[in-house]
Write a protein that binds this ligand. Structure first.
Ligand code: AMP
Ligand code: TRP
Length: 341
C-alpha cells in the first residue's frame, strides 16, 4: 500500500481462525500470540471465529457449537481482551456472506485456480469438494474488507489468500472507480510463522493431522505435553551451535524454532545455548518451557468451557460491535454497485 492510500483508511486489524477443533501450539505461536501484541499497537482489532469457513468441509452440528466456543475460549485464554478487541463469530454478522457474494462476482476463476490451499484440501477428489471450499478465499477477503481491515496477522500459509484479498480490493476499486477498500497489509512474524508437525518436520502442525502426537493442543495437560515432546521425532546428531547446522534436519530445526518462539529468543541464540548437547536433555528443558507457558492458557480455557453461557454472551456482544462497523461499509458497497436500499 502506498502512504497516501494507507492514510485514507483508519488502521484496523482483522484476523480469524476456523473452529474446526484441536486448537494447537501452531495457532498460538503463529496467530493468537501476535493478535494479543497488536491490541497494544492498534486502537481497533477484530478477532473472528470463522465458522462459515469451517463448514466448507463437513462439521457435525453439535460438535461445531462446542468448537466455536472452544475457539473463542482459546482467543481469550491466549490474552485477547474482549473488552478492548472485538471478539465475535462470523455467522452472526450477515455482512460477511453478503460481501462474499459481491466478491464472487469480482474474483476470476483464474485467480482461484492458483490457490494452493484449495489444491491441498480438495486433494485428488476435486469433483467432490464443495463449491464453498473453492470460493473460500473470496469469503476471507470479505471478512477483512467488510471492516476495511488494513492489517492482517496470519501465519505464512495464508499469504497467498491475502494477495488475493488485495487483488479483489484493487479490482473492485478500479471497476467502480471508487476508493472503497484499502490494500490490506499482511503481518507475518519471523519466529513461529510456521510450526511443523512433531512427527514429520516437513509437514505443518495442523488441526486435521490424524495423529494427535503430531501437535500440542491448547487443551493438553502436563502429562500429554511431556509425552508428546518425548515422542517427538529428532535425529541422532547433536544440536549444532550454529543455525547453518540445521540444514536438512527439519525435525531438529522445528523443535529449536519452537523453543526460540516460546522463550522469545532467536534461533541463533538457542543453537548457541544448546549446541553440542543431544536431544534427550534438550527435550526435558523443552517440555518444562512448553508446560509453564501453556499451563495458564489450558487452565483458563477449561474454566471458560465450563461456562458456555458467558462465552456466548461475549460473542453476541462482539457481533453487535462488529455490525456497527460493517453496516455503513456494506451500504457504501451497495451504493457504489448500484443496488437500491
Ligand atoms: P487455521 O488453524 O488454519 O484456522 O489457522 C488459524 C491461524 O493459525 C492462521 O493465522 C494460521 O496461519 C495459523 N496457523 C495454523 N497452523 C499453523 C502452524 N502450523 N504454524 C504457524 N501458524 C499456524
Ligand atoms: N483462512 C484462514 C485460516 O485458515 C482463516 C481466516 C478466515 C482468516 N478469514 C480470515 C484469517 C481473515 C485472517 C483474516 O487460517
Amino acid at each position: 500500500m502506498t502512504e497516501s492510500q494507507a492514510s485514507n483508511f483508519t488502521p484496523r486489524v482483522f484476523s480469524g481462525a476456523q473452529p474446526s477443533g484441536n486448537m494447537h501450539l501452531g495457532n498460538y505461536l503463529g496467530a493468537f500470540r501476535n493478535w494479543v501484541k497488536l491490541q497494544d499497537q492498534f486502537d481497533e482489532c477484530l478477532y473472528c471465529v470463522v465458522d462459515m469457513h469451517a463448514i466448507t468441509v463437513w462439521q457435525n452440528p453439535s460438535d461445531l457449537r462446542d468448537q466455536i466456543r472452544e475457539a473463542a475460549a482459546a482467543y481469550i485464554a491466549s490474552g485477547v481482551n474482549p473488552e478492548k478487541s472485538i471478539l465475535f463469530n462470523q455467522s452472526q454478522v450477515s455482512g460477511h456472506a453478503e460481501l462474499a457474494w459481491v466478491f464472487n462476482c469480482v474474483a476470476r476463476l483464474g485467480w482461484l485456480n492458483r490457490m494452493t490451499q484449495f489444491k491441498d484440501k480438495a486433494g485428488k477428489n476435486r469433483e467432490k469438494a464443495t463449491t464453498g471450499l473453492y470460493v473460500y478465499p473470496n469469503l476471507m477477503a470479505a471478512d477483512i474488507l467488510l471492516y476495511k481491515g488494513t492489517h492482517v496477522p496470519v501465519g505464512e500459509d495464508q499469504k497467498q489468500h491475502l494477495e488475493l484479498t488485495r487483488d479483489i480490493a484493487s479490482s473492485f476499486n478500479e471497476n467502480y472507480e471508487a476508493e472503497v477498500f484499502p490494500l490490506t497489509e499482511p503481518l507475518i512474524q519471523a519466529e513461529g510463522a510456521r510450526i511443523m508437525s512433531l512427527r514429520d518436520g516437513t509437514k505443518k502442525m495442523s488441526k486435521s493431522d490424524p495423529s494427535d502426537l503430531s501437535r500440542i493442543n491448547l487443551t493438553d495437560d502436563v502429562d500429554a505435553i511431556s509425552k508428546k515432546v518425548r515422542k517427538a521425532k529428532t535425529d541422532a546428531d547433536a544440536i549444532p551451535s550454529e543455525v547453518d547446522g540445521l540444514e536438512g534436519r527439519p525435525e531438529a530445526k522445528n523443535l529449536l524454532g519452537i523453543y526460540a518462539a516460546l522463550s522469545d529468543k532467536s534461533l541463533a541464540d538457542v543453537c548457541q545455548q544448546f549446541g553440542g548437547q543431544g536431544f534427550g536433555d534438550f527435550k526435558k528443558d523443552f517440555a518444562d518451557l512448553a508446560t509453564s507457558h501453556l499451563a495458564p492458557i489450558t487452565t483458563e480455557m477449561a474454566r471458560l468451557m465450563e461456562n458456555p453461557d458467558h462465552v456466548d454472551d461475549v460473542l453476541r456482544k462482539g457481533a453487535e460491535r462488529a455490525r456497527a462497523i460493517a453496516e455503513p461499509v456494506m451500504n457504501e458497497v451497495k451504493d457504489v454497485i448500484g443496488f437500491l436500499r
